[in-house]
Write a protein that binds this ligand. Structure first.
Ligand SMILES: *C/C=C(C)/C=C/C=C(C)/C=C/C1=C(C)CCCC1(C)C
Length: 245
C-alpha cells in the first residue's frame, strides 16, 4: 500500500479541500444576485474552478487520488494523479476568464487552451512514466516548453487584444495576467524539486504544501481579484463606466 501520509501532507490536503470549498461558496454567494448575463458568465466559470479543485483535494486527502508508480532506478514514487485531473479542467477555465476579459477571438482562445491541455497531459505522462528519471525529465521539458509558449502568448497576442479594452478593464487584465505569469511559472519548479522528478529536494509533505498554496492563490486568489471588479466585467469598454454596482 501507499506509505502513510505525513502530518504536513495530510494537513495541506485538508486545507486545500476546505480553502477551495470556502472559495466556491464565497463566489456562489457573491454571484447570487448578479443579473447581467455577461457578468454571470465570469461567475459561472470562476465558481467551477475552486469547485473542481475542492473535489480533487478531497480525493487526495482521502487517499483515492494517490497512486504508487514503480520507476526504474528511483524505486516507488507516490504520485497524486488527481492534481492533473483538476488542472486539466481548471487551467483552461482560468485562461477562459482571462481571454474573455481581453476580448480575445476564437483562434486565440483555441491556441491558449490547446497549449494548456498539452502542457497538463505531458506533465501527467511525466509523473506516471516508469522508464526512469531521464524519461520523466524529458516529459517535464516538453511540458515546460508548452508553458513557456503559453506565457509568451499571454504576454504577446492576448495582451495586445486586451489593450483595445477600456483603461479599467485593461488594468484588471494586466493584474490577473501578471498573477498567472508568476504563479504558473512556479509549478514546474515545485515539480522538479519535489518527488515527481526523483530529486526529492522537497519531501512530499513540503511539495504538497507548496502546491496547495499555489493552487489556492491561482484559483481563489485569482477569483477574488477578478470578481471584486464586477463593474468592469460587463458591456463594451465604453459601457463599463455606467454599470458600476
Ligand atoms: C489551479 C491550478 C493551476 C493554475 C495549475 C497550473 C499548473 C501548471 C502551470 C503546471 C505545469 C507543469 C509543467 C510546466 C511541467 C511539469 C508538470 C506541470 C504539470 C507541473
Amino acid at each position: 500500500m501507499t506509505t502513510p501520509a505525513t502530518g504536513l501532507e495530510t494537513w495541506s490536503l485538508w486545507i486545500g479541500t476546505i480553502g477551495m470549498t470556502l472559495g466556491t461558496l464565497y463566489f456562489i454567494a457573491q454571484g447570487w444576485s448578479v443579473r447581467d448575463a455577461e457578468q454571470q458568465e465570469y461567475y459561472i466559470i470562476t465558481i467551477f474552478i475552486p469547485a473542481i479543485a475542492a473535489a480533487s483535494y478531497f480525493s487526495m486527502a482521502t487517499g483515492f487520488g494517490l497512486i504508487e508508480v514503480p520507476v526504474q532506478g528511483l524505486g516507488t514514487l507516490d504520485i497524486y494523479w488527481a492534481r492533473y485531473a483538476d488542472w486539466l479542467f481548471t487551467t483552461p477555465l482560468l485562461l477562459l476568464d482571462l481571454a474573455l476579459l481581453a476580448g480575445a477571438d476564437r483562434n486565440t482562445i483555441a491556441t491558449l487552451v490547446g497549449l494548456d491541455v498539452f502542457m497538463i497531459v505531458t506533465g501527467l505522462v511525466g509523473a506516471l512514466a516508469r522508464e526512469g528519471a531521464a524519461v520523466r525529465l524529458a516529459w517535464w521539458g516538453i511540458s515546460t516548453g508548452a508553458l513557456i509558449v503559453l506565457l509568451y502568448y499571454l504576454l504577446g497576442t492576448l495582451s495586445e487584444q486586451a489593450s483595445a479594452m477600456s483603461g479599467e478593464r485593461a488594468a484588471l487584465f494586466a493584474r490577473l495576467r501578471n498573477l498567472v505569469l508568476v504563479l504558473w511559472s512556479l509549478y514546474p519548479v515545485v515539480w522538479i524539486l519535489g518527488t515527481e522528478s526523483g530529486f526529492e529536494i522537497l519531501p512530499l509533505g513540503v511539495e504538497t504544501a507548496a502546491f496547495a498554496v499555489l493552487d489556492l492563490a491561482a484559483k481563489v486568489g485569482f477569483g477574488i481579484v477578478l470578481l471584486r471588479s464586477r463593474s468592469v466585467l460587463s458591456g463594451s469598454a465604453t459601457r463599463s463606466a455606467q454599470t458600476a454596482d
